[in-house]
Design a protein around this ligand. Structure first.
Ligand code: SAH
Length: 227
């Protein structure tokens, strides 16, 4: 069973986009994961396939209709589909590595990309959508947010990143940001690599990296240490 992603969007042609290159793209080609992107507008109303309407109560912008989005969703997924139904939304729970790990270990995801002012609240409740945010800023649509979420998940799928990369030591995995990296040349513009890293003492290197990770996390993201 591979990780299956189904996208619902008004711009399905944006996919796979950046997910079609490099490791995610190779994984897609070799069947380590799959991606299907569907056009919400196929379920639009009337001759113009309308998907949106003016907000109840007034105000600017347009809102994606609940009947149209529900029809698109119901056509895309069977009732017994176990995959979580995610709605990309700045009002959602902020995406974290722990949730990414859970999603990557599961059967995949159904991801709805909003546009305009967002979607009618009733479809969120009636179809049990989980709202997910990629950060405290507003994008013009959910597509790039969906790509961010998928990129984070897909790189964790076994085989996508190659054998020697477990991802265990990366930022956020131990509740810490990662230690700094160095590579050749040993001396560059008067700056050298910290001696401990070229000394060959693996226990010392591990201690140094741990201490650096703690120092950097303390400086930049003290909020991570509280958790
Ligand atoms: N009026 C909304 C913003 C709509 S932005 C509000 O103030 O909350 C249009 C669409 O872009 C949203 O429906 C959502 O799908 C997507 N989007 C925007 N910012 C996002 C974010 N930070 N995380 C995830 N999706 C986002």
């Amino acid at each position: 069973m591979v990780f299956r992603a189904t996208i619902l969007s008004l711009y399905p042609e944006m996919f796979p986009g950046p997910l079609g290159v490099s490791l995610a793209g190779e994984g897609l080609k070799t069947g380590l994961w799959s991606l299907e992107s569907r056009q919400i507008r196929e379920h639009g109303l009337g001759r113009h396939r309308a998907v949106d309407d003016t907000p109840a109560g007034g105000g600017p912008g347009m809102v994606i209709r609940c009947d149209v989005l529900a029809a698109a969703l119901d056509a895309a997924v069977k009732a017994d589909d176990a995959r979580p139904r995610l709605l990309m939304s700045p009002r959602g729970q902020p995406l974290r590595q722990a949730r990414v790990r859970e999603l990557a270990a599961g059967p995949g995801a159904i991801i709805i990309c909003g546009r305009f002012e967002g979607v009618d609240q009733r479809v969120i409740e009636a179809r049990g959508l989980e709202e997910v945010s990629i950060g405290d800023y507003v994008l013009s649509g959910g597509e790039i947010a969906a790509m961010v979420l998928l990129d984070a998940c897909v790189r964790l799928i076994p085989g996508v990143m190659g054998k020697d990369h477990s991802g265990d030591e990366e930022s956020f995995e131990g509740g810490l940001l990662e230690y700094p990296h160095y590579t050749r040349p040993r001396d560059w513009e008067g700056h050298s690599i910290p001696d401990v890293l070229t000394g060959g003492n693996h226990a010392e290197i591990a201690r140094w990296r741990r201490a650096e990770a703690e120092r950097i996390t303390h400086e930049r993201r003290p909020d991570l240490l509280k958790g």
